[in-house]
Design a protein around this ligand. Structure first.
Ligand SMILES: [Zn+2]
Length: 451
């Protein structure tokens, strides 16, 4: 898209997140259409809309690689109750949603994320997707909010669904995806793509899974899968299905060999650190993956378990990895730490980059997004710290450890299009957003409580 629109972000501290971790002080970023066109001091940009970024950090927007946006109204209800109760509630929630609920939930979640400077997401729609009308509502919501989204339409049904229901439903959903691929709302959107969330790779479902991978790859759709059982990546490897268009989520039960295969084939490993730790998992697989060069991305998973804030998730990742590093040193009695003997697994920039450029690989814009550099998609967050001096002195440390809240996120651009400006979300009035959020939450909570 190049509609001729020019925006000049004037005089910011630019955290590029490039490989050299370059930071430019008092520097302009010129955006033309949906791309970054120039970076430099005092750029001349006639006709550009100027946004003052002096005293603020210009950074790549984050991309959430695994989120169930339809569950947003249910937020906070199960932060202490993972596991079986969740599955039971999930099964109850799925059929209760109307298309309007799906729309409200998705709009609410998308704006909550944009508000924080999260500009992209792989929205894993594994509920509220019973009918074409539900999927249409989700598409409408994403078109309205204008995040960069890969909408992962899920083919899984409740585990207790009867076999004679399951297969026709799966087939109908594949047909529905084909209907939407040529729908003008999707074709005309510069930021919305469809993706496929496949069934799980059990022996029984392997033929279906192979068919679904072929379906997605013939159409150039990203593929995503929950990986919660041992041996699933090995099964995908045996079937020759691993590839850079695949996003494997969680990957807690994972072997060293499987991680090697993921690194070799460019699979994206999506880790949802806070929901992993709440369910008793550690960041050890993430640490191994970083060290082996697996392509990593992060996500919040579900507002049901954790606050919907990718920034705090990234901070949790960094702290967990650093703790594991320290534990290694402690066990081998090599104190104080010698960085030559015990290099840290990650630096601030590594985690932030996984949160932006890594997430881009999850949604199909890998290599084209997530770094502030000429030619990249202009998916950008301008953050104005309340206490600017220490924050601007080390912007990567501030964005990671400070996890700035939404009220410090001043401007958010998606493909050069402002979605937040001067602290105000665009495309929706605060009253409508509040009304829509409270309406759908009342309905969702009522279902959750069995009323
Ligand atoms: Zn999930």
């Amino acid at each position: 898209m190049d509609d001729g629109t020019k925006i000049l972000l004037r005089g910011g501290t630019v955290l590029t997140l490039d490989d050299e971790a370059t930071v430019h002080e008092a520097t302009d970023v010129l955006i033309e259409g949906d791309r970054i066109a120039a970076i430099g001091p005092a750029l001349d940009a006639p006709g550009a809309e100027v946004i003052d970024a002096a005293g603020a950090i210009v950074s790549p927007g984050l991309v959430d690689s695994h989120i169930h946006m339809w569950q947003y109204p249910w937020r906070g209800t199960m932060q202490r109750k993972w596991g079986a109760p969740y599955i039971e509630k999930l099964y109850r929630m799925r059929p209760s949603y109307t298309p309007q609920d799906t729309y409200d939930a998705t709009v609410g979640a998308a704006y909550a994320m944009l508000d924080l400077g999260v500009t992209g997401a792989l929205d894993y729609l594994h509920g509220a997707n019973q009918t074409p009308a539900h999927l249409d509502a989700s598409v409408d919501a994403h078109v309205r909010a204008g995040m960069r989204v890969a909408l992962g339409y899920s083919l899984t049904l409740n585990a207790d669904a009867r076999d004679d229901v399951r297969e026709p439903a799966r087939r109908a959903r594949l047909e529905d995806l084909d209907r939407l691929r040529v729908d003008t709302r999707v074709l005309d959107s510069p930021t919305l793509d469809l993706a496929l969330a496949t069934v799980n790779p059990t022996d029984e479902l392997m033929p279906a899974l192979i068919e679904e991978f072929a379906f997605a790859r013939e159409r150039g759709l990203q593929i995503t899968i929950h990986q919660n059982d041992y041996g699933e990546v090995a099964a995908l490897h045996r079937a020759g299905l691993l590839g850079p268009d695949l996003v494997v989520v969680h990957s807690n039960p994972i072997s060293e060999r499987e991680l090697d295969w993921m690194a070799e084939t460019g699979v994206v490993m999506s880790v949802t650190s806070q929901s992993e730790s709440l369910s008793g998992k550690t960041m050890m697989p993430t640490r191994k993956a970083f060290r082996r060069g697996v392509r990593l991305a992060f996500g919040v998973d579900s507002a049901v378990f954790t606050p919907l804030n990718l920034r705090t998730d990234l901070k949790a990742v960094f702290n967990a990895l650093t703790t594991l590093d320290g534990d290694d040193v402690y066990r081998t009695i090599r104190m104080p730490v010698d960085p030559e003997l015990d290099p840290a697994t990650v630096d601030f920039e590594d985690v932030l980059r996984a949160g932006s450029a890594g997430g881009a690989y999850a949604i199909g814009t890998g290599g084209r997004q997530g770094v502030v550099a000429v030619g990249q998609l202009a998916d950008i967050a301008v953050i104005r710290p309340r206490d600017p001096e220490p924050a601007l002195a080390d912007p990567a440390a501030y964005l990671l450890l400070g996890a700035p809240p939404a009220d410090e996120v001043e401007t958010v651009l998606v493909g050069g299009r402002p979605r937040k400006r001067d602290g105000r979300l665009l495309g929706i009035e605060p009253e409508e957003l509040a009304e829509l959020n409270s309406r759908v939450r009342r309905r969702a909570i009522a279902t959750y409580e069995g009323r």
